[in-house]
Write a protein that binds this ligand. Structure first.
Ligand code: SME
Length: 161
């Protein structure tokens, strides 16, 4: 599928997320395979936003296990009580970290990451099925508008779980 997306320099964030939502809707439409959908969502988010690392950690075997992602290689398993991803899973809410070095227990998969946002993805019975983890090489990169936009992408994905 050739979708006309690319990093949109200079566009207002709201416009970027509108485009991203439209793209993700089209990608998920009619496809039920979980891995295929996660892979395309990670790719679309990274392609449009240019964020450093975009990927999923899935709840498996009592921990978070690396799923489809875009960006540098990452750690494969995260305990529920470790890192920003673990905190997101345990608190069941989006966590924005402006300075990863100041977050107790942050797991440094890549020294390039300066700030991050992690969003829980719920399945139909309300349990956290996975988290969407996004890192930036810029400090304090994730605004309230990014949070809102990325959470709306996750809501689209949840309809497919
Ligand atoms: N930063 C995460 C670990 C995963 S990497 O960012 C890809 C954390 O502390 O949970």
């Amino acid at each position: 599928m050739d979708i006309a997306i690319g990093k949109v320099e200079g566009q207002a964030t709201e416009e970027v997320y509108k485009l991203l939502c439209k793209t993700v809707k089209a990608l998920l439409d009619g496809e039920s395979d979980l891995i295929a959908n996660l892979a395309n969502v990670a790719a679309a988010v990274r392609q449009v936003t240019g964020f450093w690392w975009v990927g999923f950690y899935l709840v498996k075997e009592g921990q978070l296990v690396l799923g489809p992602f875009q960006g540098p290689v990452a750690c494969t398993r995260i305990a529920f009580d470790r890192g920003v991803c673990g905190a997101c899973y345990t608190r069941r809410q989006t966590i924005v970290v402006d300075d990863v070095d100041a977050f107790p227990g942050h797991i440094a998969c890549s020294s390039g990451s300066r700030s991050e946002i992690v969003i829980p993805v719920f399945n139909r019975n309300g349990t956290v099925a996975m988290v969407l983890d996004i890192d930036s090489e810029l400090p304090a990169r994730f605004t309230e508008e990014d949070k809102k936009g990325l959470e709306s992408i996750v809501r689209l994905l949840e309809k497919r779980l």
